[in-house]
Design a protein around this ligand. Structure first.
Ligand SMILES: [Fe+2]
Ligand SMILES: [Fe+2]
Length: 275
């Protein structure tokens, strides 16, 4: 089971049970025979479950699900929802805003299921047909389900670049906020798995996209929410190895463990100032 997350040494971002819940949700809302509950209320129910789970967390880490195999859409959607939801909670967004943001994250790539996209490359490679199609089809699904204007627009623009060089040529803060957030989460997930062998390079990969692909303010918020590294990132300092564990969100501290298992708490702001 642990082969589906980044590191078997740490808890996954969401409980494993959420994988089946997400799978069931997608099956239910795409079922044309569904009569009992509206798609909107099914999505809202799972959104609230996610918020309730994350609001209790004391330590955050980017121990994401591996967006591989034929279930990549499930794993990827959970990862993006995890990042978006935590960023909204940590920045004290009103509850209703958080709900809309997470619903946007849940819906952003759902059209890949109908398009039978076989790998996450269908969501990343702009010359693939499914890359263009999933954006428009996802938007249509959201309108058909009667989701809010914010959610529909967020899905439509979730691959726009901050510099305006994207498909719809929307630029900067004119791109809907949740779309910018989803794009950031998407690129962060990609950079985490791309730098898996050298996770200390992850923040550099993210910084290279700041201001061109990604909203620079959101990149800063991301680092201040999760810390600059995925869990398990190793550092050498004065002959000793320190391993990054995650961020204590209550005390705003980064947690490192040394060779002998002792945990060190480093204030996040102090670390980022000297970094
Ligand atoms: Fe995505
Ligand atoms: Fe996408």
């Amino acid at each position: 089971m642990n082969s589906i997350i980044l590191s078997s040494l740490y808890d996954p971002c969401f409980p494993y049970a959420f994988i089946e819940t997400m799978d069931d949700l997608f099956k239910n809302i795409l079922d044309r025979e569904r009569t009992r509950q509206s798609a909107d209320s099914l999505i809202t129910n799972f959104t609230i479950e996610m918020i309730k789970h994350l609001i209790k967390k004391e330590t955050l880490s980017l121990n994401l699900f591996r967006p591989a195999t034929d279930r990549w859409i499930i794993f990827h959607t959970l990862n993006i929802s995890y990042i978006v939801c935590n960023m909204l909670i940590m920045n004290s967004f009103p509850y209703t805003f958080t709900v809309q943001g997470v619903k946007s994250a849940i819906m952003h790539d759902i059209a890949h299921i109908l398009l039978k996209s076989t790998s996450i490359e269908d969501d990343r490679d702009e010359i693939r047909d499914n890359w263009r199609l999933h954006i428009a089809l996802g938007y249509r699904l959201c309108t058909r389900f009667g989701l809010s204007r914010e959610v529909c627009d967020s899905v439509l623009y979730h691959h726009e670049r901050f510099d305006g060089m994207g498909l719809a040529n929307l630029k900067g803060k004119r791109i809907p906020f949740y779309s910018r957030l989803i794009n950031l989460a998407d690129k962060a997930e990609q950079a985490i798995f791309h730098n898996e062998e050298h996770s200390e390079s992850f923040p550099n990969s993210l910084m290279k996209m700041k201001g061109n692909v990604l909203d620079p303010d959101l990149v800063e918020d991301f680092i201040h929410t999760f810390g600059p590294f995925p869990p398990g990132t190793r550092f050498q300092w004065k002959g000793e190895t320190y391993v990054f564990q995650g961020t204590n969100i209550k005390n705003r501290e980064l947690l490192f463990e040394n060779n002998s298992g002792k945990t060190y708490h480093v204030p996040l702001n102090d670390f980022l100032k000297n970094w």
